[in-house]
Design a protein around this ligand. Structure first.
Ligand SMILES: NC(=O)C1=CN([C@@H]2O[C@H](COP(=O)(O)OP(=O)(O)OC[C@H]3O[C@@H](n4cnc5c(N)ncnc54)[C@H](OP(=O)(O)O)[C@@H]3O)[C@@H](O)[C@H]2O)C=CC1
Ligand SMILES: [Fe+3]
Length: 454
């Protein structure tokens, strides 16, 4: 009758158990119910459970709940995992899904999932779903957050968890054994890991040049000529810091590639790892380039507003028209515009969706050939600006603006080195090395010339 009927219904839909009736447990339970699973909650107080629990779920004590399903989601903080120890008998052979996260990295000596496995050795622990939030689980499958990562020792257990994930509308990626759990637990705690070094460089350079220019341009003028030009901080100073930082960061983006080529040239082989610092530097080139683009963009905006500034408008006066100055001024602006146009192209092709649509050759053509051309145009723009600004003025000597000279050293060095690399004879040698025909490889011990897996 009535009872048989409900037993039959729950028998037909596969049952899944969720330990913990907190935020995550409830959201997960709701989603499971919507996907057609029977849900049994395991709680410390099954009888006084809250009215927030999704309708249609059963609530039992932990032991009874564990016996009713093969798959158990543990939506309880790691700190309380010891409540599972007395349940060892009921949990034997079950699949336990560890959903937990920590508040900070390296909070515990071992990963939460490995700790859970050590507490309940008879069960199969699978780590997973921890990159989702209770919020995104409740929002349903339309949410953009669709990728879940899992790991664990047992293939069957992972298969069972993947099947549930797919039925809930997620795509699951098996990341391997339980030893990967620590990495998965660190995912939600990551804070732009590849951006950290480039951001530090950008902030450091901006601060250094800002204070340098502040002292040189404004405080120095105040002390020696008691002229108050402090209003220049807002636009003129910012518009010096931005291009300087942008040019340096763009050079820093291309320098490691050039250094790597020289290193290969020097070693005569590609079968040796780059030093660690160079590796790390190469890996953050994209971020360096994008930050450089950001600063270039600010420089463009600051430059565009110059004509509407009160200060410029105020001191506009009519003097003799000088053709040479006009030519020089327009040339450096034009170079700047061309450089910026290519800069933007580089930024766009670094977007994953765009670069995925390019062949390897197209990508390297844009990022390497056009990239160095961008650097060349921007450097030429800066040189011409300086020529215009300093050399044509009688009060300036060539050495007067050291900040300006400083920001030209790095791009010039990078460009010179690149120029050396593309001279035919060096280029041919590099191609030989990159294709694995080592210098005299055949004369050495044949074992040496075996490619090492990098
Ligand atoms: N909230 C989120 O968005 C996400 C949470 N997580 C992880 O999920 C886990 C649970 O998080 P959340 O739901 O937010 O936490 P809550 O504090 O909302 O809920 C935790 C639940 O655990 C149970 N519990 C608490 N103490 C004990 C105990 N001593 N013994 C047994 N059970 C206990 C309780 O259920 P009862 O009273 O029924 O026993 C409680 O409702 C955490 O490990 C968290 O890192 C992971 C991803 C996202
Ligand atoms: Fe400029």
């Amino acid at each position: 009758t009535q009872k048989d009927h409900s037993d039959l219904a729950s028998f037909q839909s596969e049952r899944v158990c969720v330990f913990g009736t907190g935020d995550l447990g409830r959201s997960l339970g709701l989603r499971l119910l919507q996907a057609g699973y029977g849900v049994v909650f395991g709680s410390r107080r099954p009888h006084s459970s809250s009215s927030l629990l999704p309708h249609g779920a059963q609530v039992l004590g932990h032991a009874a709940a564990a016996q009713s399903a093969h798959l158990i989601f543990i939506a309880v903080q790691r700190e309380h995992y010891d409540f599972l120890v007395p349940l060892a008998n009921q949990l034997k052979g079950k699949v336990l899904v560890d959903l937990s996260n920590n508040l900070k990295k390296n909070q515990y000596p071992e990963a939460n999932a490995e700790y859970l496995q050590s507490l309940v050795p008879g069960a199969e622990v699978v780590k997973g779903f921890n990159t989702l939030s209770a919020w995104s689980l409740q929002n349903g499958p339309s949410d953009a957050n669709r990728q879940v990562y899992i790991c664990g020792e047992s293939v069957e257990a992972k298969q069972a968890v993947i099947a549930v994930a797919i039925k809930l509308g997620f795509s699951a990626l098996d990341r391997g054994f339980l030893s990967v759990a620590r990495e998965l637990e660190d995912f939600p705690l990551q804070l732009f890991p590849q951006w950290r070094l480039p951001l530090r460089i950008a902030i450091g350079l901006s601060a250094a040049f800002f204070f340098y220019l502040l002292i040189r341009d404004i405080i120095y003028a105040y002390v020696t000529q008691s002229k108050d030009i402090s209003f220049r901080i807002m636009v003129s100073l910012a518009n010096k810091v931005c291009p300087i930082v942008s040019l340096i960061m763009l050079s820093l983006c291309y320098l490691p590639g050039v250094l790597a080529s020289f290193l290969q040239l020097y070693r005569g082989t590609k079968y040796r790892r780059f030093p660690d610092w160079l590796d790390r530097w190469m890996l953050c080139r994209k971020q360096l380039g994008l930050l450089a683009l950001g600063f270039a963009f600010l420089h463009v905006l600051y430059t565009l507003i110059i004509p509407i500034r009160y200060y410029v408008w105020f001191k506009n006066r009519t003097t003799q028209f000088d053709m040479t100055t006009a030519w020089r001024g327009d040339s450096y602006l034009s170079l700047g515009i061309l450089g910026f146009g290519l800069y933007v192209l580089l930024g766009i092709t670094s977007l994953p969706s765009v670069s995925n649509a390019l062949s390897w050759r197209e990508f390297s053509f844009i990022q390497s050939k056009l990239g160095h051309l961008t650097l060349l145009l921007c450097t030429a723009h800066t040189y011409l600006y300086g020529w215009n600004r300093f050399l044509s003025s009688s009060t300036y000597k060539w050495y007067t603006p050291p900040g300006y000279m400083l920001c030209l050293v790095l791009p010039s060095v990078v460009l010179l080195l690149k120029l050396l690399l593309i001279t035919p004879c060096v280029d041919r040698t590099i191609t030989r090395i990159r294709q694995g025909w080592e210098r005299g490889a055949d004369q050495r011990n044949p074992k040496d010339s075996q490619p090492l897996i990098p």
